[in-house]
Unconditional design. Sequence first.
Lengths: 667, 250
Amino acid sequence: MTKLDAKIPEGPIDKKWTNHKNSIKLVNPANKRSIDIIVVGTGLAGGSAAASLAEMGYNVKAFCFQDSPRRAHSIAAQGGINAAKNYQNDGDSVYRLFYDTIKGGDYRSRESNVYRLAEVSASIIDQCVAQGVPFAREYGGLLDNRSFGGVQVSRTFYAKGQTGQQLLLGAYSAMSRQISKGKITMYNRHEMMDVVKVDGKARGIIARNLVTGEIERHGAHAVVICSGGYGNVFFLSTNAMGSNASASWKVHKKGAFFGNPSYTQIHPTCIPVSGDHQSKLTLMSESLRNDGRIWVPKKKEDAEAIRQGKLKPVELKEEDRDYYLERRYPSFGNLVPRDVASRAAKERCDAGFGVNQTGEAVFLDFAAAIQRYGKTEAKVQGKENPSKEEITKLGKGVVESKYGNLFEMYEKITDDNPYETPMKIYPAVHYTMGGIWVDYNLMTTIPGCYACGEANFSDHGANRLGASALMQGLADGYFVLPYTIGDYLADDIRTGEIDINTSEFQKAEEEVKTSLDKLLNINGSKTVDHFHRRLGKIMWNQCGMSRNGEDLKKAMKDIRALRDEFWSDVRVPGTSGEMNAELEKATRVADFLELGELMCLDALDREESAGGHFREEYQTPEGEALRDDENFSFVSAYEFTGDPGKAVLHKEQLEFEAVEVKTRSYK
Amino acid sequence: MNLTLKVWRQKGPEVKGKMETYQVSDVSPDMSFLEMLDVLNEELVEKGEVPIAFDHDCREGICGSCNLFIDGQAHGPMHRTTTCQLHMRSFKDGDTIHIEPFRAKAFPVIKDLVVDRSSFDRVIQAGGYVSVNTSGNTLDANAIPVPKEDADMAFDAATCIGCGACVAACKNASAMLFVSAKVSQLTLLPQGEVEASERVKNMVAQMDKEGFGNCSVTGACEVECPKGISLENIARMNREYLKANVSPGK
């Protein structure tokens, strides 16, 4: 049986990474030229890993299902990227970023990994600036910062509401440079269908060319999974339509343990669901909580009147509004971490105070910010006794300069003008902290198979802080994996090219072909989306923002039944030898139908509330999450046994040396 | 509302395509354009017909995947909006809507509404980067101040999503707006200035090699660009190109 060894280096926390880098094995430049590495996914983690590995001299084969590596969903990240630069002189440091991330993750992440993340964060900003990433700057020409939830410093670097886009294009340009040199071979419109193991080591993948449908074998000395998270298990999420868990799930089924599958981040500020036709949800950046105030009516009858359109939110008097985050969490107010803000919104809506027709929305109001900025701006412009109209006009101008693109996007989707009436928002699935279990070197429990970025479980514990996903993706790809992978590959310098004409490759290829044929031959009566939607409903209602034992048991049963129904009644048109979007969706949904059950199993096993995982049975009298450090201070790592509902749980005990484990409070 | 769709169907790159007619009913004005197509596709699958292939991914207007030519306009009638952010409230009950792929020699059709835009990738590979390795041992990010105005202009150019609307809108299928946006971004920043000459020459050469047409500065690209990339970038690229060619060796 595989034994969990996190391989955490010895020594004090601030020396571990330096010592480790100095002691691990290296591969000399000439030998790197004879080593091939496969990178699956070209988002921030995959793009940065592929570029860095190629620069170092390895031969990289990079795969993405999109038509270009530049379209990976990292591109949609809005708000920013954290780094412990302390440019604002507000007392920030590597230790504080580390501490905030550990606390934000509700003491469920591995200390050594998080410290390393904080340590390399500053280099990320230097590197990106050197690549020509146009971050926001102040008039003096230096970089600007803003604040995100769960922290009390300004350490977030940004490029308007498009930080992810700019960082990804930076990584894409670095990749493009290596593609032009022939050091990266790029496979656009290709999907990884399985990993191939030879003598227990990851030695390649089976991929499907999504244009021709051809099944291809690709060999390599190591395989790096950077395929993102699994939020689309919920059908509706802020993920892209194509975001999927198949690469992760396939390596899990071949022996990689899955870490903390139940840890899902539900983001508090998304545009609410508008109807059954909805295909995805759209995030409104957390940066809006710097200025927006969240509220619902104090009285149920007012909420009812607003729902029926008889009362306009702007007509409701100040004393009749409940700014519930400011009321419950006075010291962090509207900038509490995401899990806390989401649960608080659900609590108010469940109690009958929701403000749209479905009863599942709260207000995010900029009226106060508009007045505040308007007054300051009037002073700056030297206007004596400005009228209320003048103040409002000036204030709107300031808000537009800060959040213009987000307001515009909101108006396009909802047809409501957020400068005039408060936005309506509701929590939605956004990110998955769980993922493939990796050791300190980012290697999975399959030798030679690595996982980076959102695809691994490593740095965010039970809840991720805002602007930390971009940080982790780039840290893994630019600064961690390129070092740690050498330690493994140093033993491979005499291996020679991996032969793809072996029985292992043949068997894997045949399995892929068989499973595609099976899907195409069911010829049932319902579409893939039909099943995906139903899975999403089960997950959202029973494994979403709050969970309980009874519901989770039922969910597991329901998912198994749905999975059986899928395999007997799904209709996938066309053939496997052509571009076939329905077939692509079917293979992904087939995997979601298994992963969903594992998520419920983990949520059931974890009899405590921690971060994004809230079990109704475990809460304080005030409704706050109740952690159980004595019994649950571990990472859950599941081993696949052939049945997702019967996966074997392994525990990685979490040791905290550099921080004192406390009850997380934002009050 | 009820709509008639005339959609380009083409089985493969070598096969002749044609417009097909479909009826869609009960369309909600809150649906996005692509959600309306999702509904149609689900109906087609249920009827045993082949669904319409189209590119899409983020559905937030940022990844640049979606690329429909709707009623003769790249991304449809809404100004500065990608297809995925276009909502059905922009149409009326009873409308007939024509949907075609982005057409250009350098964007061959793969299937139905899906085209191959890898020519854009190859143009970037020709020089759309700063030659710096990811060592982490670069200068401190604040070591070189960049005037806010330059940083803002570089950012505006860098917001290009690479969708290809500029090419589809241009009567010559020119890619000048796309190429100039990247050239501008990197020229405006001190980090990219060192390689400016080589970059502009190589990217322009690759652009020509891919079969994109010439620019006659009609400005259709700027009008149809969902991100509002400015025509000024083309002027800047022309200056850079001239500079690179009259001062060899720089």
